[in-house]
Design a protein around this ligand. Structure first.
Ligand code: PBG
Length: 363
């Protein structure tokens, strides 16, 4: 670097000196440069040769919302193109995703409010919606990897990821962890390839690994939402699964468990703990506004790194495109490439299907 810049300065100096002396005979517009980085961008062929990063369907995980019933899927207003799938339509969607080259889906149930309570008991019902969905997808498309979310927010009436302490002042860490471990075992037994704790309780990865192993489920992986920030970008997701209540409208937001968006070192504390506790894949979430954290994590672990391009990141690209202010496809591809370049091995994104389809069309 130093050598290069010294040579560069010298050249520039000589070239201007020379120019001054041959002013009348030489074209003033040509600099005497050794290094012209634009050479490597001259043609499309060359640009492809020197391209450092790429996003393919292999890297992408499609999150899917699930509802009970047999009928047509429901559209989600704040997430254009995304649906709440009923089980029969979920299966068709998964078959299509697999055909397009998508390797994995992450399932999120939206429950009827009548099934929710203070303690999220429905999460431990062995016939709860997400377990039926996992079994059905595994049977129909066994090659597809399934990731299930481990957190109580779809099941609690208040929308928090855990249960309240007796005083009702905070989410009780240890009681919640015990429930999450039981929930993870149910998910794994149903056929989930990875369970993905998204709750940010302390010690949950350890407790889940322990419970899975005790149940003989040694092959089920843990994709840990390790650096999950208390982000406003989850808004549309909370509409989609009906967990919006906790998002600041109740006494307590999720700030006592999710990370402060201002904190970079604390994110590394969380990821290191999850690695020690037995996580197989470490995740950063959201992705686009947290590229520095993805890069930090890439440089701090040898485990695979996942990043979650969340609902708000998806919604904002769609909203601007709808207004004609941004090009949807180009911003989609650029946003995912940036996440890849930052160091993510895999990306959970609502754009997964669109990107796979565009890739197959040779775009
Ligand atoms: C819940 C969960 C959330 C998301 C994934 N799992 C929301 C939250 O923490 O309130 C967000 C995903 C998205 O916004 O796309 N544990």
């Amino acid at each position: 670097m130093n050598l290069l810049s010294r040579e560069f300065n010298l050249r520039l100096h000589l070239s201007f000196a020379k120019k001054r002396s041959v002013l009348s005979t030489r074209d003033m517009s040509q600099l005497d440069l050794t290094h012209r980085p634009r050479r490597n961008r001259r043609t499309a062929a060359i640009r492809k040769l020197v391209q450092e990063n790429a996003v393919t369907a292999n890297d992408l995980i499609q999150p899917l919302f699930v509802i009970d019933g047999e009928g047509e899927p429901e559209a989600i207003a704040s997430m254009p193109g995304q649906m709440r799938w009923t089980l029969p339509t979920l299966i068709e969607e998964c078959k299509e995703l697999h055909t397009l080259g998508i390797n994995a889906v992450a399932l999120f149930p939206k429950l009827d409010t009548s099934l929710k309570n203070e303690t999220g008991d429905e999460a431990l019902n062995p016939e709860t919606l997400v377990l039926r969905a996992v079994r059905a997808v595994k049977e129909a498309v066994p090659e597809l990897a399934i990731i299930t979310d481990v957190a109580l927010d779809p099941y609690t009436s208040h929308g928090h990821d855990g249960v309240f302490n007796e005083a009702g002042t905070d989410i009780d860490n240890d009681v919640t962890v015990e429930k999450l471990a039981a929930m993870a075992v149910l998910n794994a037994e149903a056929g989930a390839d990875y369970v993905a704790p998204s709750d940010m309780m302390d010690g949950r990865v350890w407790a889940i690994r322990d419970a899975l192993d005790a149940a003989g489920l040694t092959g089920t992986g843990i994709m840990a939402y390790s650096a999950k920030f208390a982000s406003a970008y989850y808004g549309p997701f909370r509409d989609a699964v009906g967990s919006a209540k906790a998002a600041g409208t109740t006494l307590l937001g999720k700030d006592t468990y999710q990370l402060n968006p201002a904190n970079r070192r604390e994110a590394m504390v969380e990821t290191e703990l999850d690695e020690i506790e037995g996580a197989d894949i470490l995740m950063v979430k959201p992705a686009g506004p947290y590229l520095d954290i993805i890069r930090d994590l890439r440089e701090n672990t040898h485990l695979p790194v996942a990043a979650y391009q969340v609902s708000g990141e998806y919604a904002q690209i769609h909203a601007a495109a709808e207004k004609g202010w941004l090009d949807l496809e180009r911003c989609r591809d650029e946003s995912l490439l940036a996440i890849k370049r930052a160091g993510a091995d895999m990306i959970l994104t609502y754009f997964a299907k669109d990107v796979a389809r565009a890739g197959n069309e040779g775009a």
